[in-house]
Ligand binder design. Structure first.
Ligand code: PLP
Length: 341
């Protein structure tokens, strides 16, 4: 029965062409030492940080689908943006280099107070330059896509053929693309003979969670998708997940119910991009027990949320819970001075 729905879902997903930039499927691995340290539930990690190009990460899976449109539309330039240490724009810059397209990035200043001198030139900021992206400094206004769009307009006026990649690669097609993670997990869990109680991950610009919600409702119907808000804007995140999930479900002829959207608040620390005590403890624990690199903006907060849910007995000791490692390790270097090790 499950295999039938997996085959059927895969056919519907295959109607959306992808470039094949990302190394897929990504591994699903047990977190044995962390599980035994916590005394259960059984924890697993889905290694979306191993998608390959440009140090990998969850955006590459969305870009595989979104950039297929860019290539077929005859675009010669990718235009995107994000904060100085955005993982998303680093993956756009890497994909552009791989595809031989010019890349222009609106780099937002003011959303995050630089936590250390390395912030402006290490980590993702260094990699953007390595991939030869052209960086345009703009002020953060709270509108994630306005500066990206006006940059694209300017480039079009100069005679280029720009293709806009939205902030976080979050749009309905990005969510369709990310539903492929649920299909991979359904296959991997069936092979390992378990049915996960939950999939836990960081949620921000929202298409990652939207894709997971749509794919999981079809293929792993007893599994909850739990998004940990890392933007300190849980209502906005939830609204955006609902919007993208509804649109992606339409495109995939899948069912969608708002009841499947769970965004957990309280683990984002004082603000986006500012790690708090629990973030730093989670980063240290994952490094010590699992040699797993979590970053101070996303994964450290996501793991802090997961640990808090485990501590409050959210799951039984015998449950299986999957944490999605969505990438982001380059940011560790940019936050060097805030880390206690
Ligand atoms: C490392 C990492 N994890 C998780 C996310 C959240 O994914 P989404 O923006 O699709 O909600 C991001 C987005 O920027 C990210 O860079």
């Amino acid at each position: 029965m499950e295999q039938t729905s997996l085959a059927d879902f895969s056919v519907r997903l295959a109607r959306f062409p992808r470039l094949g930039l990302a190394h897929l499927p990504t591994p699903l691995e047990p977190l044995e030492r962390l599980t035994s340290y916590l005394g259960g539930p059984r924890l697993w990690v889905k290694r979306e940080d191993l998608t390959g190009v440009g140090f990998g990460g969850n955006k590459l899976r969305k870009l595989d689908y979104v950039l297929h449109e860019a290539v077929t539309s005859g675009a010669d330039t990718l235009v995107s943006g994000g904060v100085v240490q955005s993982n998303s724009q680093r993956q756009v810059a890497a994909a552009a280099a791989k595809l031989g397209l010019e890349c222009h990035l609106a780099v937002y200043h003011g959303r995050v107070e630089p936590p250390s001198p390395a912030y402006g030139h290490s980590g993702n900021a260094l990699l953007n330059r390595l991939y030869c992206a052209k960086l345009h400094d703009v002020p953060w206004t709270g509108d994630r896509n306005a500066a990206i769009k006006s940059l694209a307009d300017e480039l079009a006026d100069d005679g280029r053929k720009p293709f806009v990649v939205p902030y976080g690669v979050s749009n309905p097609l990005g969510a369709v693309g990310y539903s492929s993670t649920a299909a991979e997990l359904a296959r991997q869990c069936a092979k390992l003979d378990f049915s996960p109680a939950a999939i836990v991950h960081c949620s921000g610009s929202a298409a990652t969670q939207a894709g997971l919600v749509v794919g999981t409702a079809e293929l792993l119907s007893s599994t909850r998708v739990v998004g940990i808000d890392i933007d300190a804007e849980p209502e906005r995140v939830r609204d955006d997940v609902v919007t993208y999930a509804a649109a992606a479900a339409d495109m995939l002829e899948a069912d969608f119910s708002e009841e499947h959207v769970e965004v957990i608040a309280g683990h984002a620390g004082p603000a986006y991009g500012v790690p708090h005590e629990a973030t730093l403890e989670a980063i240290a624990l994952a490094g010590r027990l699992e040699a797993m690199e979590l970053d101070p903006v996303y994964l450290g907060k996501g793991m802090a949320g997961l640990l808090a849910l485990v501590e409050t007995g959210h799951w039984g000791k015998g449950d299986d819970v999957i944490f999605i490692h969505t990438g982001g390790a380059p940011t560790l270097f940019a936050y060097r001075d805030t880390l206690p090790f």
